[in-house]
Design a protein. Structure first.
Length: 278
């Protein structure tokens, strides 16, 4: 992605500020810009990026225009979005993390499918929001503080009863808590998508993707401290050893007080990176 495109992404994700209104963050634009990152530079040359964004937004608009005007809100959305669903093989596909490809293929990871639902709902005025359950991402339709239902876009938008949601969370070794059912912040959603890309890209042949996912995550107004270490390791994976060493040493200095063992581990990786230059 060009420097101008990175600036565009930064402007989108920082629209609400570190503690600002999450409604100011355009989740659709942010995820379309993430999709653009995976494409070759020549595809985005000239007006290529603008065309990609326009096509993605137009597709979401078209889906919204097809939503019936009457009926129960979740069923209105399912009438159009029930064609979207997920498969277990999607976890091994980069395309399942990219909004442009999810809109084209009608399949993807739960968090991307849920974003399609919430973005279509936003365009139609239906109250809906992402729900980041531990281990699974779904959509709440209705008032998060009142009457609402959960739907699972991964399964084509079927209703997700509370007991089933509790079972899903229990499968991760945790208990379902009220905060798990709150609307998921857009910045956290973007961070989770980029984290999924980094997990997918953890093998050497996918190092380029691991790097851009880390670089974009660093542009978010907030992120986990450990991202700096991941960024340094991604730089090593693409052979940028001097930069990696600096990043890892800075990270080690930051965590030396509260996490001395982690700091020493980061310094050891930094030394190994420098050794590759000899």
């Amino acid at each position: 992605m060009s420097a101008a495109s990175r600036e565009r992404f930064a402007d989108v994700v920082r629209a609400g500020g570190a503690a600002g209104d999450p409604d100011d963050v355009r989740l659709d634009l942010a995820l379309l810009l993430i999709s653009a990152e995976a494409l070759p530079d020549d595809v985005l040359a000239g007006d290529g990026l603008d065309l990609l964004l326009r096509h993605g937004l137009t597709e979401l608009d078209a889906l919204a225009s097809a939503v019936p005007d009457e009926g129960r809100d979740d069923l209105r959305l399912r009438t159009v979005l029930g064609r979207f669903a997920g498969e277990s093989t999607d976890y091994s596909r980069l395309e399942a993390n990219l909004l442009t490809e999810v809109l084209r293929d009608r399949r993807g990871l739960p968090i991307l499918l849920s974003t399609v639902w919430t973005e279509v709902a936003r365009r139609t005025g239906i109250p809906a929001y992402g729900v980041g359950l531990p281990g699974h991402f779904v959509v709440g339709v209705g008032d998060p503080d009142g009457a609402r239902v959960l739907v699972d876009p991964w399964s084509g938008g079927r209703l997700l009863p509370y007991d089933r949601a509790r079972e899903l969370v229990a499968g991760t070794g945790r208990s379902l808590k009220p905060e798990h059912l709150r609307p998921h912040d857009p910045i956290d959603t973007i961070d989770r998508v980029l984290g999924n890309v980094r997990v997918w890209a953890s093998t050497p042949e996918r190092a380029r993707h691991r790097l851009w996912a880390a670089e974009l995550a660093l542009l978010l107004p907030r992120h986990d401290l450990g991202l700096r270490r991941d960024y340094g390791e991604a730089l090593i994976a693409v052979g940028r050893y001097p930069e990696a060493s600096l990043v890892l040493e800075e990270y080690a200095d930051t965590v030396a007080g509260p996490m001395p063992l982690e700091a020493e581990h980061a310094r050891r990786i930094a030394r190994q990176a420098r050794a590759r230059l000899n």
